[in-house]
Design a protein around this ligand. Structure first.
Ligand code: R5P
Length: 271
């Protein structure tokens, strides 16, 4: 890795512990105004101080984040499909490398759809993005998006993560699954997890985070389970406590309960 690449990478994965809390708010790029992310600025602002990095599209970055922020940007640069369209896997690169540089992106993110109809296209997108990233010193995060018909098990996710690593991704995002260690073991670069759909109980989010970290994840790239929580600030703080401070599930949950009271108080005062 050259200096610029190393520098940007270390803004995403903290060199002190090799971990990261990435806040994902890119969902609108194919889902539209997702619940609790209808007005991105409103969702992002209170959470930003607790995020190591922010993952989003250029449209939301330009309109909803103050350019004076110090939080590193993970710019989603793939898309051009929608939840109501023909096939979600038919993604293309949507942002030029020049624009990503202008936006001071610390990392570029795109989805790959292994096993889907447009597998080849999305993997070729990844290879080409890595070439651009290498040229300008910007790391690439490959998001292993899962097509409707694919099973989220260690065999499939391990395959997708390994292919992403082989094509040169510097970081891979996937889902937690049974035998998650195998997914991590088979991937030549660090693996982080998405939270997925909102889980029923708050403690489930902490358990998911704890299990993933314990089984080798380098952190989280989490969205809905943070900002769809009734107490998003308390939740991101509790997730952080597991990722960066090695809290147990119980310690993190107790911390969440304490923080939740503060958040409730602050929200009530603000009203
Ligand atoms: C999905 O492709 C998006 O990149 C999301 O950023 C990702 O799924 C993480 O968000 P969540 O934790 O809500 O699943």
């Amino acid at each position: 890795m050259d200096w610029g690449m190393k520098n940007r990478y270390s803004r995403i994965i903290k060199p002190d512990d090799g971990r990261c809390v990435m806040l994902a708010v890119d969902h609108g790029y194919f889902l539209g105004p997702t619940e609790k992310l209808e007005v991105p600025q409103r969702t992002i602002k209170p959470l930003l101080p607790f995020a190591d990095s922010l993952m989003l599209t250029r449209g939301v970055l330009r309109t909803s984040v103050n350019p004076s922020t110090n939080v590193p940007i993970v710019l989603r640069v793939s898309g051009a499909t929608s939840i109501v369209g023909e096939d979600l896997s038919k993604e293309t690169i949507t942002t030029s490398i020049e624009d990503a540089i202008k936006l001071n992106a610390s990392c570029l993110a795109l989805s790959i759809f292994v096993g889907s109809k447009y597998e080849h296209q999305t993997l070729a997108n990844l290879a080409s993005l890595v070439d651009h990233g290498e040229k300008y010193g910007i790391p690439v995060l490959a998001v292993t998006a899962v097509g409707k018909e694919m099973v989220r098990d260690s065999r499939y996710l391990g395959l997708a993560c390994r292919i992403a690593g082989e094509l040169g991704a510097h970081l891979v995002k996937t889902y937690y699954c049974e035998n998650f260690e195998k997914v991590v073991e088979g991937c030549p670069v660090p693996v982080i997890i998405a939270g997925g759909k909102k889980l029923e109980k708050d403690i489930d989010v902490l358990e998911l985070t704890f299990n993933a970290i314990t089984e080798g994840a380098a952190g989280v790239d989490m969205g809905r389970n943070i900002w769809q929580s009734e107490y998003p600030v308390a939740m991101i703080k509790a997730v952080r406590s597991i990722v960066h401070e090695n809290f147990s599930v119980k310690e993190a949950y107790d911390f969440f309960v304490k923080e939740k009271k503060n958040e409730h108080k602050n929200t009530t005062i603000a009203r």
